[in-house]
Design a binder for this molecule. Structure first.
Ligand code: FES
Length: 565
């Protein structure tokens, strides 16, 4: 209770006043003399992915009290993907600031961070890295998979598949309404290898979560036992002073990136890990990451790359099965929140059993380079593509650009029967990056124009400066950096230009002469992106590009002192 006393100019008075107020909550002297474990509560009636947070909070409290401590829950911002205008990414940094400042402002010896939905875990880890007090991440866990007729379904890969079928006229309004009621059969995070699952798996690999926590379904009793264990362990971490900076080392980030590749994880994982590492003075080197990608196969057979769901991965042994299979490529002497190394935790995990979800290194789902880093005249400083979710025949493709100037422009024209577009064209969406949209929304999964979808076209090359949901699939180039709104190469493309994508050669090029590009650059004027007041003004003035995690520049630790991987 003595930590971070409010400044009245008299510390004894500050403590006396603090205790006077907190005693109104019925706490005894004994309770107030114990180590304090904060619990970041991200429950919100708007956030179904966090629907089990109240039960998790109770379980964490139980663990803290069984270990002799004093649990203190406190609220922070909660972000759900579908309830965050204009996009949850725009608010991730605000949540990170909120969490970091609470970790600093409130008296606590350690903290259990409860997150789950896509942006919440990155925001909490960014905060933990900056505040650097002992922290354990607990996630809400994946939802269960559901059924529609005889078919197994789950959010959100199947959300997109059914919506694509509806747009193409393959299913009618009644069926899409029925699907809407079945896609999310329980609370918890998306049940495929989307961003939430990706971040959970990376967090466990990085050592910031108790072993086994990434995959336990949200509604399983084990989820609560895991939370109780985290509460108890936070007490020991407080005594040991085991801080995030001792766990999230360069080697731990390498393990996390290795796991990102091996699980065929969300492209968003790259942006988030760049932001978390940036808080510790580490810069993500995308060319080195591409090299790591070429030597790291995709081992998990999960949607959107494969066929299974997160509850299948849990039954198959969860992260222990994956880490065991990946062990030759991991740095196993990294410390974890347990105080033991990653290698010791792999050894201590339950023995493997026969299963079909986690492949061995000798029989991968995808041989390598699930995520690839592109350079070239249209990629600027770089762009990425999730190769494992691409159509094979489009990996090398040349086509005519069809350009959408903004999200509203795309929404207004994509389904226009008069739109001049063919299946082998390349769809370009610009002004949708960190500043352009703003917030770099998940709009990179540009819908196939309705008239082409109705002809049976299921994939086209699509390019943008925004992000894509980890649950999506297709031949989609993302995160073009610098973004169009600050004059990146996408700003200068015109409908009718030729574009060439060559993923094996890691190239994305605009086949237009340099003279023409120079002339267009002279004519270019930046779009009006707003941001005159409040958080918007802060965001517009300080947000970095995707390669630095789209964090606020004053929150990263600069100058960078190292690179990952
Ligand atoms: Fe929350 Fe997918 S919407 S994890």
């Amino acid at each position: 209770m003595r930590r971070g006393l409010t400044r009245y100019g008299d510390e004894d008075f500050s403590l006396y006043l603090r205790k006077a107020f907190i005693k109104a909550m019925g706490y005894s002297e004994d309770a107030l003399s114990r180590p304090v474990i904060g619990i970041a509560n991200t429950f919100s009636a708007y956030n179904a992915c966090h629907g089990n947070v109240p039960q998790i909070v109770e379980a964490v409290k139980r663990g803290v009290m069984l270990a002799g401590g004093m649990p203190m829950e406190f609220p922070t911002i909660s972000l759900h993907e579908s309830f965050s205008f204009p996009t949850s990414m725009y608010l991730r940094n605000l949540m990170a600031m909120d969490t970091e400042e609470m970790l600093r402002a409130l008296p606590m010896d350690a903290c259990v961070l409860i997150g789950g939905c896509d942006k919440t875990v990155p925001a909490q880890l960014m905060a933990a890295a900056s505040a650097d007090i002992p922290c354990i991440q607990v996630v809400t866990g994946p939802m269960l998979s559901g059924t529609h007729g005889s078919e197994r379904i789950g959010a959100c890969t199947d959300c997109r598949r059914f919506w694509g079928d509806y747009r193409a006229g393959r299913i009618d309004r009644d069926e899409i309404d029925a699907v809407e009621g079945r896609l999310v059969p329980s609370v918890g995070t998306c049940g495929v290898m989307g961003t939430a699952s990706t971040m959970a798996c990376m967090t466990e690999a990085m050592g910031m979560m108790m072993p086994g926590g990434a995959t336990i379904p949200a509604v399983h009793a084990d989820r609560l036992r895991h939370a109780e264990e985290a509460g108890a362990r936070a007490m020991t971490m407080a005594a040991e002073g085991l801080r995030p900076s001792a766990i999230m080392t360069e080697a731990a980030f390498r393990n996390a990136l290795r796991v990102l590749l091996a699980i065929g994880g969300s492209t968003n994982g790259i942006v988030h890990i760049a932001a978390i590492a940036g808080r510790l003075g580490l810069r993500l080197d995308m060319e080195a990451f591409d090299v790591m990608g070429r030597e790291t196969p995709v081992l998990i057979d999960l949607k959107p790359n494969g066929q299974h769901y997160m509850d299948d991965l849990h039954r198959a042994g969860g992260m222990a099965a994956l880490l065991r299979a990946l062990r030759p490529l991991l740095e196993t002497d990294c410390l974890t929140v347990t105080g033991r190394t990653l290698g010791e935790e792999i050894d201590a995990a339950p023995p493997s059993h026969a299963q079909e979800v986690v492949r061995p290194l000798s029989d991968p789902l995808y041989a390598g380079a699930g995520l690839a880093f592109l350079k070239g005249s249209l990629a600027g400083d770089g762009a990425i593509i999730k190769q494992s979710a691409c159509s094979e025949h489009l990996l090398v493709h040349e086509g005519r650009a069809v350009v959408f100037d903004s999200l509203p422009d795309m929404a207004g024209r994509i389904d226009d029967p008069a739109l001049d577009v063919a299946a082998d064209d390349v769809l370009v969406l610009r002004n949708a990056g960190p500043k352009g949209a703003p917030g770099m929304p998940e709009a990179g999964y540009i819908p196939i124009p309705r008239k082409l979808a109705q002809e049976g076209v299921r994939d086209m090359v699509r390019i943008s400066d925004c992000r894509m949901s980890g649950t999506a699939f297709g031949t989609i180039v993302l995160h073009a950096t610098p973004e169009a709104a600050i004059g990146g190469p996408l700003a200068l493309v015109q409908t009718g230009d030729r574009i060439r994508l060559d993923v094996p050669a890691r190239r994305l090029d605009l086949l237009v002469s340099e003279d023409v590009i120079a002339a267009r650059r002279k004519e270019w004027t930046p779009p009006d992106t707003g941001g005159e007041r409040g958080y918007a003004a802060l965001h517009m003035a300080h947000v970095t590009q995707a390669d630095e995690g789209a964090d606020l520049d004053f929150l990263t630790r600069r100058p960078f002192t190292g690179t990952i991987p």
